[in-house]
Design a binder for this molecule. Sequence first.
Ligand SMILES: [Fe+2]
Length: 288
Amino acid sequence: MDITKLTNSGFFEHLTQNKPLLIKSFLDEKIFQNITPKYIHSLFATQKMSDEYYYFYNDTVKNLHESKDFLGTFLKASGDISILGQESTLIIRKVQDVIPEVNSLLTQFSQIIGYSLNSNLYLSTSSSTGFKMHHDPHYVFAVQLYGAKKWILHPPKVEYPQLRYSFNDVNLQELKDSDSISFTTEQGDMLLIPLGWPHKAATHADASVHITVGYDPIRWGSVLEKLMIVLGTELSILRAPIPLSINMNGVQEYGNNLDKDDVRLLLEMVRSYLSEKTLEKVSAELLR
Ligand SMILES: [Fe+2]
């Protein structure tokens, strides 16, 4: 992986601005030219891949059990992926454990991003559309290893979502075609799918192999949460009890049941309490 290419492509700017980006010829094709559908077949034929690693997906396979049956067919088929039928996708989770080249790519990505990352591999047959339109609660770097794929992306409906969400037939109408952006990834290309951007992909060639690298960022909310755990015991102003004179209404019961009024009340209480204290006092106590 050429890190200069990543820097010069505007990757970090797009990541920060949560905007999609296609980087052409991101990978040296020599490194990945061997990761063909036939090679993936050989992984199944020669390695003991535990069940947790893979599953199979198309419109007729409804559960994991059927998925394994399909895979049995694949194994017997001497690497001929046409046996999987059209519109099918084979998914290998944590593929870095299975393919060394992916492991080294992932290691480099992890060094750049600063977190350990995970990668999944998708082998799709022709006309496969894989997952329906959905958004992910993480950034996706999709790297095309074989064949080509067309991606359709929409600007986010939810800002920085924390849960995966699939769009059904009804709420698909919320996504305007005129807002969509499409990209085609060919061998060696990488597509940055920003956090929360609804997307789907289709295979137009005979087959496609791509990996996704998922980057699940640390959120400000969890930084605050962690900070409060420390500060709650470190700072006397946070250890101080709330006076009985403050009417807590329904706020005594903490948890996830706070409604908007509770939240408003809590914020107001905290604001008026903290505004009585000086920053100097807080920092003096912290740095003591
Ligand atoms: Fe996705």
